[in-house]
Design a protein around this ligand. Structure first.
Ligand SMILES: Cc1cc2nc3c(=O)[nH]c(=O)nc-3n(C[C@H](O)[C@H](O)[C@H](O)COP(=O)(O)OP(=O)(O)OC[C@H]3O[C@@H](n4cnc5c(N)ncnc54)[C@H](O)[C@@H]3O)c2cc1C
Length: 401
């Protein structure tokens, strides 16, 4: 293990916390500073689109104990000098390091600023966003439009319907989540939304919002106007990399790293002391033929933060490539939808167990005949089995239960 005088983690959320914890667990006894743009200690984001909206404020991260670290919260990093080993903060302070973890995550895509400025328009990424949305929901909106049928949009739509609120879900894809999960799951999700009273508008883009001070409607690209006095935009996320401009690090749809999560670019010495993890990192994944991937999900940030930290201590020569097959799940109107790997890479998909009609099924996704992804609906055991099969690079033809 290498020893360091001062390790710095930029990003005080899941990946950053797991990195900091792993640094201490692995025996780092020197300085440890965690820098976070939000004023809060790390918390758990998945409840923000579920229980927090209905009044449960428990966002504690599992394993979130005491950590011997200096916290610089409510402060953003705005620059990085890998040759000098220094992070510049938004108040001009420079924080010196000899080892660095980049864990600045991602932020939601915004609507046009004119639309964002209307009252009643919400994004959902932080606890402050969730509390603001909850307050707005308590005012009794007549109809909420959710723009985007991905995880956030689907969960918000489900949560609001369970609260008895009228919801229109607007999604550009032919079926919700058809892009990441394929048409079979997408069509099943569309049915489920409709069955639970969501007014689903698929294959339509939100072109602009209408309103005068307060939002009144969403105008679609085909000219239709959808009434709404509250809008939640769930349009996906962008990695937070702007603070690295000018640092020499390679950024392309995320911070590019090698297979062991050491950053690319910068000075050779500098890059050997900098790793990245979580929603911000894009690395060549051995299970997917070294294709560069960026994964925006909880389990990945949870495991990758710790893995990056361990590799930082080991150094590039002893480092272990990160090749976990991530899995995640969402609940849509009570149904459990879980997936593993990267179904979006597939050129073939087969239902390997159950059927959509039974509301319990699993789909294997293959590329060139090799399993690269799986989806299981209401069938956690199948997901575990398929995830193992993906990691073992089994053929799609062998995936049937
Ligand atoms: C509402 C919601 C529901 C979700 N539900 C699920 C789910 O059901 N399942 C699932 O797998 N995933 C879910 N996710 C995604 C999951 O929460 C993320 O993958 C995870 O939070 C990523 O962790 P991270 O630490 O990499 O990044 P983030 O959680 O994005 O944290 C990055 C932190 O860095 C800070 N930061 C950014 N730039 C700077 C800077 N320049 N200087 C200092 N600090 C900075 C940010 O403020 C932020 O606090 C959900 C996310 C949201 C928002």
């Amino acid at each position: 293990m290498r020893t360091f005088d001062r390790l710095v983690v930029v990003g005080a959320s899941l990946a950053g916390l797991r990195a900091a914890q792993a640094l201490r667990d692995e025996g780092h006894t020197g300085g440890l500073t965690v820098i976070g743009a939000e004023p809060h200690l790390p918390y758990n984001r998945p409840p923000l689109s579920k229980s927090v909206l209905t009044g449960d404020d428990d966002v504690a991260l599992p394993g979130d104990g005491e950590l011997d670290a200096e916290w610089l919260l409510g402060r953003s990093a705005v620059g990085l000098d890998t040759a000098r080993g220094s992070v510049t903060l938004d108040n001009g302070t420079k924080v010196a390091y000899d080892g660095l973890v980049i864990a600045t995550g991602a932020r939601p895509r915004r609507l046009a600023e004119a639309d964002m400025s209307l009252a009643g328009v919400h994004l959902l990424r932080t606890i402050d966003d969730a509390v603001s949305l909850r307050k707005a929901l308590a005012e009794g909106p007549r109809r909420v439009a959710v723009i985007g049928g991905g995880i956030i949009g689907g969960e918000v739509g489900s949560t609001l319907r369970a609260m008895g609120i009228e919801v229109t879900l607007i999604d550009a894809a032919p079926f919700p989540m058809a892009g990441p999960l394929g048409d079979t799951v997408g069509a099943w999700l569309a049915d489920r939304h409709s069955h639970h009273g969501v007014d689903l508008i698929s294959g339509a883009r939100a072109a602009a919002l209408e309103g005068d001070g307060r939002v009144r409607a969403v105008r679609l690209s085909d000219g239709r106007s959808v009434p709404a006095d509250l809008v939640v935009a769930g349009l996906g996320v962008l990695p937070n990399t702007e603070w690295l401009d000018g640092s020499g690090l390679r950024v392309d749809g995320g911070v590019l790293t090698d297979a062991a999560l050491f950053v690319q670019g910068g000075t050779d010495d500098g890059a050997a002391n900098v790793v990245a993890a979580g929603d911000v990192a894009r690395w060549p994944h051995a299970v997917f033929d070294d294709e560069y991937v960026r994964v925006e999900h909880w389990a990945n940030a949870n495991e990758q933060g710790a893995a990056a930290a361990r590799n930082l201590l080991r150094g590039p020569r002893e480092a272990v490539p990160f090749a976990e097959v991530h899995s995640l799940g969402t609940r849509v109107h009570g149904a459990r939808v879980q997936w593993a790997g990267l179904p979006r890479l597939a050129d073939d998909a087969v239902v390997v167990a159950g059927s959509p009609e039974e509301e319990k099924f699993a789909i294997g996704f293959g590329r060139g005949g090799t399993l690269v992804g799986a989806v299981a609906v209401n069938w956690p055991k199948e997901l575990i089995r398929m995830r193992r099969a993906i990691a073992a690079r089994q053929p799609l033809s062998a995936a049937a239960a």
